[in-house]
Design a protein around this ligand. Structure first.
Ligand SMILES: Cc1cc2nc3c(=O)[nH]c(=O)nc-3n(C[C@H](O)[C@H](O)[C@H](O)COP(=O)(O)OP(=O)(O)OC[C@H]3O[C@@H](n4cnc5c(N)ncnc54)[C@H](O)[C@@H]3O)c2cc1C
Length: 383
């Protein structure tokens, strides 16, 4: 458990849940993360255990087999996952579980009954597919099309960089249903893995977060029942934007939690490592660096708390606050983790020290769920 959490935001029940999640990751994920990174896969047994422990599908009511809970339970889960040693490996794959809450907002009764009970048990894993070979930040430029033919849509196109693709059972796919209408012509579909016309492409080699594999998807005249349309026809942009707001705040929280773990690991390391007749911690340079990091972490925590207080007041994530959090916290994480690698010396570059995995994961956090530049663009536009 990284820091002292604000008792004005979290109550005793949240803190009990925090202990459950923290113990779960310590026991069921941390010891295996290195192996999962080597395998480029997280075994299904992990997801089934997470479902059993009640940490999948937070916000899904009992009616659909879910554990219940609300937004702050998800925040607690995200903080503890982010702080865990395995967070650097499983983070992107784990975060797709947020889509369960989305399904409660935008899914039809058919969608909820068909998929939610399996999703909360870890029996149905979802992948969120927006990015294409020719469009990432510019969502309105996607080229995958869905054309109505009778009571089915015919989908053609391709997606790339998709997290958790190797074991996904269900794909949430952003398509153009009106190619002349830009962002107002996008719709989202839910498509099962065994649908004819859907092919999984290459699994891509990457810098870090190896267990959360990433890859390509191709759709070749893939026929999907019209009832698999998710959210309003041509209203997909709003569906995606709502999920991105939450996603931005959650990734900011992960950045903060991971930076805190990097800091804690580093304090422990420098207090044990010796050089020139003293510990590395004893050098004033080390203490100054640690002091700078500690201050950045505390300031970051205060801003996250502010975002959470706003949520409690308004009942939703404030878009501008989430955008500023997503700009600043991953950059802060980058500064902190880089210093932590330096203080580890050569060990910081070796995968046997978790700091090395935290470093490559941190680099991702400034790129996905909206790049730092897109955050600046949106903040700038609002000035
Ligand atoms: C590990 C990983 C996991 C991912 N998982 C998923 C997933 O599960 N599902 C999914 O759909 N996608 C996923 N992505 C894709 C990710 O969301 C995109 O890579 C990201 O949004 C950036 O898009 P892009 O790569 O096309 O970069 P581009 O949009 O081509 O941007 C390239 C550069 O130009 C900058 N830029 C772009 N537009 C502007 C502008 N208007 N002004 C100034 N600068 C600009 C960007 O900030 C960036 O620095 C994942 C990516 C990675 C690396």
């Amino acid at each position: 458990m990284p820091l002292n959490y604000d008792p004005d935001i979290f109550d005793e029940e949240h803190e009990m849940f925090r202990r459950t999640v923290s113990n779960f990751f310590e026991k069921e994920a941390d010891p295996y993360a290195e192996q999962w990174d080597e395998d480029h896969a997280i075994p299904r047994s992990f997801w089934l255990k997470a479902g059993e422990a009640g940490i999948l599908g937070i916000g899904v009511p009992e009616e659909y087999g879910g554990p219940g809970g609300e937004f702050l339970h998800r925040v607690v889960m995200t903080q503890e996952m982010g702080y865990s040693i395995s967070g650097a490996s499983v983070g992107p794959a784990f975060q797709r579980d947020q889509m369960c809450e989305q399904l409660m907002d935008f899914g039809s009764d058919y969608h909820k009954e068909r998929w939610l009970p399996k999703m909360v048990k870890g029996e149905c894993l979802l992948a969120f597919t927006v990015t294409e070979p020719d469009s990432g930040s510019d969502l309105s430029a996607i080229r995958t099309t869905a054309v109505l033919d009778g009571d089915e849509y015919v989908i053609n196109g391709a997606k790339t960089y998709i997290s958790g693709i190797a074991d996904a059972d269900l794909f949430m796919i952003a398509c153009k249903t009106d190619p002349t209408a830009g962002s107002r012509g996008i719709s989202v579909f839910l498509v099962e893995r065994d649908t004819p016309g859907l092919t999984i492409g290459r699994i891509l080699k990457k810098m870090g977060c190896h267990a959360s594999n990433n890859g390509e998807l191709h759709f070749d005249n893939m026929r999907v029942p019209a009832k698999n349309l998710y959210g309003p026809l041509n209203g997909g942009f709003k569906v995606i934007a709502k999920s991105l707001n939450r996603d931005r705040l959650m990734w900011s929280i992960i950045s903060h939690a991971a930076a805190t773990r990097a800091f804690d690991l580093t304090v422990e390391f420098v207090k044990n490592r010796k050089g020139f007749g003293q510990t590395i911690f004893d050098f004033q340079n080390t203490q100054f660096k640690l002091a700078e990091m500690k201050a950045e972490l505390e300031v970051g925590q205060a801003y996250i708390d502010r975002c959470l207080r706003t949520y409690r007041r308004k009942g939703e994530v404030d878009m501008m606050e989430a955008t500023m959090a997503k700009l600043w916290l991953p950059e802060m994480e980058g500064r902190v983790v880089d210093q932590c690698v330096q203080l580890h010396g050569g060990g910081g570059y070796m995968d046997e020290y978790p700091i090395s995995r935290l470093f490559t994961a941190a680099r991702l956090h400034r790129i996905f769920a909206g790049t730092a530049e897109i955050m600046k663009l949106q903040i700038g536009r609002a000035l």
